[in-house]
Design a protein around this ligand. Structure first.
Ligand SMILES: Cc1ncc(COP(=O)(O)O)c(C=O)c1O
Length: 398
């Protein structure tokens, strides 16, 4: 039964997280710190591989490995058959996009201004070859994507709407369900990049109305690097033909014909890292045990505290937009490159991120930003850690 994240509950979770003793981590949006139990799940499987043989260990641990799919489906309110497990967000997103098939001249893709640069690069390569266009949907006065502006752009040539739910360059949360309503009403394919969202807020794919949703294990979920999730709505699956297949996603029948799997795993490679899957399963279980409502409430609270305090430092500008905010806090220090701020803080044992234009080009260009410093919190973040960060940032200005 989920329990609220009181100070005592957070302390108990920190006591089971080795990393917090070694680093002041404000780069949870880059990759978070795993629990001891998640590390142990991976270690245990590597040991099984070393002692029984990797293939044999994989067979013996099949149930545990498959747990990640079941738990991911629970996290998203989906069915296990609607989940493929990948090595990151980009393989999930790119795999689903490539499976959409041929694009024609004049086809249109509409994206929110905050679309992840890797997804844009993937779309551009295809669009340029085919003569299709990629257009940014205007934002409202808060900076969030505007569902009415989207509606006004639609015609029969729009084949895809793509949204990055929580942008990489700041605290804004886009109205994913409102965009989903428009996409559903018009029967247009709708992809969501939830790389920053899964593990930060409750997600119900049936309520959001997306056809495809992608995420990663290493960020808010505190799973291992090299893990990712791909949700494909069951009724949408027949529209996806993978760009390539293997003996798992499309085994050959007795006539030598490939038979595509009838679940989302048709987009999953046969080769996998079982130890990472075991770690991911543990991390997913932990997030579900804590409860996504509890996680959301705690992150919102702690990020808001950080924003308010940062904004009070002379020479610091907090850059977050949107009415609803995530655990990503973006800011700049007057006269200092964000990468230099990141380096200086790192030398003092405080990790933050810094982003340039390439990660979120439409949004950075629209706002005239070259770089942003990014301090991202987790439910593990304490007020003492915030005080340390603020102290180091003040030190940059003196
Ligand atoms: C919104 C968003 N999408 C996609 C990615 C890329 O994820 P991956 O490196 O797993 O492909 C990131 C990484 O930070 C991100 O913030």
């Amino acid at each position: 039964m989920p329990v609220p994240l009181t100070v005592a509950a957070v302390e108990a979770l920190r006591a089971q997280t080795p990393g917090v003793k070694h680093t002041t981590h404000f780069n949870h949006a880059g990759s978070s710190l795993p629990s001891e139990a998640t590390l142990e799940a991976m270690r245990a499987h590597l040991w099984r591989e070393a002692t029984s043989g990797p293939m044999e260990a994989g067979v013996a641990a099949r149930e545990q490995i498959e747990q990640a799919r079941t738990l991911a489906s629970r996290l998203l309110n989906a069915r296990p058959a609607e989940i493929a497990l990948t090595t990151g967000n980009s393989p999930a997103w790119g795999g689903a996009f490539a499976a959409l098939g041929t694009w024609r001249p004049g086809d249109r893709i509409l994206v929110a201004r905050h679309e992840w640069g890797g997804n844009l690069a993937t779309m551009r390569l295809t669009a340029q070859r085919a003569g299709a266009s990629i257009e940014a949907i205007p934002s409202d006065d808060s900076g969030a994507v505007d569902p009415q502006a989207l509606e006004a752009m639609l015609d029969e040539r729009v084949r895809l709407i793509a949204l990055t739910w929580m942008p990489a360059n700041g605290g804004l949360i886009n109205p994913a369900a409102a965009i989903g309503h428009v996409a559903r009403r018009h029967g247009i394919a709708y992809f969501i990049d939830a790389a920053q969202s899964a593990g930060q807020l409750p997600i119900d794919v049936t309520q959001v109305g997306c056809d495809v949703l992608t995420s990663v294990g290493r960020k808010a979920l505190r799973g291992p690097r090299g893990t990712g999730l791909l949700y494909v709505r069951q009724d949408f699956l027949p529209r996806l033909t993978p760009a390539f297949v293997d003996t798992y996603s499309a085994p050959l029948d007795t006539n030598g014909e490939p038979v595509l799997r009838d679940d989302a795993a048709r987009l999953e490679p046969s080769e996998l890292a079982p130890a990472l899957r075991c770690g991911l399963a543990n991390a997913l279980q932990e997030a579900l045990d804590i409860g996504l409502d509890n996680i959301r409430a705690r992150i919102d609270d702690i990020a808001q505290t950080l924003r308010t305090e940062l904004a009070q430092i002379d020479g610091v500008t907090v850059l977050d937009q949107g009415r609803e905010r995530s655990g990503l806090v973006s800011f700049n220090v007057a006269g200092q490159e964000a990468a230099a701020v990141q380096r200086t803080l790192a030398a003092q044992g405080v990790s933050i991120g810094s982003n340039g234009v390439a990660y979120t080009p439409f949004d950075m260009n629209a706002r005239g930003l070259d770089t942003i410093a990014r301090a991202s919190v987790s439910y593990l973040t304490t007020t003492a850690e915030i005080d340390t960060l603020l102290d180091r940032v003040r030190g940059l200005i003196r």
